[in-house]
Design a protein around this ligand. Structure first.
Ligand code: PMP
Length: 383
């Protein structure tokens, strides 16, 4: 058997989450918005318990959690849901970064045809967006700053804390795509100041197909986000459609576990990172890490084995090692990573970059063995 090292694309479901979901699928089959019978009431209890679990992980109120189908939908609602408010207020300027996930990039681009103006800030070579470059772009008509917490390709943590502190004093909305950090940077997210935040269950050992949009209230009022699809009044009308009860329960349980097990999980992520770095360093192979490791997630490494084409390496190790060279959402196009390009890295470094991402439950001995094997293959492919 091989080893799966692409947790940033999707992580395996925790067995405790799955057990709960199976129980809910079997026994709680009502519609959580049905008001006329006990079956609806039971489903509602499950959904509200899950809402509380998500809220506790993020230290917000449960009334600020809105279930969605995942972070792509959360990002779309957070951004496109502001159109009406933007028209009314005359504020149509958005600041974001050029290394956001496509779910943000394509969403803000879709607004450009509607007379919005968007500034994309490039990161520095270390993979971080410069706080001052973001702040320098603020104008009187700035509606929104949208910035990811941790980048999915490099794992580099962005200065969302500092930006959140500044924007909290201004009349500008702040959206954070926390898909990669939720459940991993637990204390940081509890302290973060933002108006809107996107998360997805399948990145934190929960099920695929469910996520949440967090809308923080200010003076008892939600941010001026409106639904972008039309239908019923579920999720207070922010996200119409029947709430998938078992999926919501799965997200809730995954959040509860991430909160309860944070300390040990963090140590387990870090221990594996140190082990991988040691293997790479000791191997003598020519390599360079992409993104400053000082700011990097404890479960991600983006590394270029110089002179080794990443496509060739990934294909050669496919049978025993599941790695990638970027976001699964863009893996069908073979153009070089837009994230690494925006960091100003040269073509050789970009074309040889691979992303390795693991979980707290990844077996360390197996990991070390497989990374050693990976490096041997890479050595053989070097031109
Ligand atoms: N944002 C980031 C940073 C991501 O990594 C991903 C998933 N690759 C998404 C958004 C989209 O998440 P989902 O798969 O839940 O739509």
């Amino acid at each position: 058997m091989g080893i799966y090292l692409d947790y940033n694309a999707s992580s395996p479901i925790d067995h405790r989450v799955l057990d709960l979901m199976i129980d809910v699928y079997k026994n709680v089959y009502g519609n959580s918005d049905s008001r006329t019978h006990i079956y609806g009431e039971n489903a509602r209890k499950v959904v509200e318990n899950a809402r509380l679990q998500v809220a506790q992980l993020l230290r917000v109120k449960s009334g600020e959690i809105f279930f969605t189908s995942g972070a792509t939908e959360s990002n779309n609602i957070a951004i496109r849901g502001l159109r009406k408010y933007a028209e009314e207020s005359g504020k149509k300027h958005i600041i974001t970064s050029s290394i956001e996930h496509k779910a943000v990039l394509e969403t803000v681009r879709s607004l450009k045809g509607e007379r919005f103006e968007v500034d994309f800030v490039d990161p520095e070579e270390d993979g971080r967006v410069d706080l001052n470059k973001v702040l320098a772009l603020i104008r009187n008509d700035t509606l929104l700053v949208s910035l990811m917490h941790a980048n999915n390709e490099t794992g580099v943590i962005q200065p969302v804390k500092e930006i959140g502190d500044v924007l909290a004093e201004k009349d500008i909305l702040f959206h954070v795509d926390a898909t990669q950090s939720c459940g991993k940077l637990v204390p940081e997210l509890k302290e973060l100041k933002y108006n809107m935040l996107s998360i997805s269950a399948h990145k934190l050992n929960g099920p695929q197909g469910v996520g949440a949009l967090v809308l923080r209230k200010r003076q008892y009022k939600l941010p001026p986000v409106k639904a972008i699809t039309f239908g019923g009044l579920q999720e207070c009308g922010i996200r119409p459609g029947t709430v998938p009860v078992a999926l919501a329960a799965g997200l809730g349980k995954a959040c509860e576990l991430a909160d309860a097990e944070y300390d040990e999980n963090y140590a387990r992520y870090l221990e594996k990172k140190q082990a991988i770095i040691e293997v790479i360093e000791k191997s003598g192979i020519c390599y360079v890490f992409n993104g400053d490791q000082k700011y990097c997630m404890p479960n991600t490494i983006n590394v270029s084995f110089l002179g080794v084409e990443s496509e060739a390496l990934m294909l050669s190790v496919k049978q025993f090692c599941g790695i990638s060279n970027g976001s699964a959402c863009t893996s069908h196009d073979y153009t070089p990573s837009y994230v690494l390009r925006a960091m100003g890295l040269d073509t050789e470094r970009i074309s040889s970059a691979v992303r390795i991402s693991w979980g707290a439950d990844t077996d360390k001995i197996e990991l070390v063995n497989q990374v050693k094997k990976l490096i041997e293959v890479a050595r053989g492919l070097k031109t």
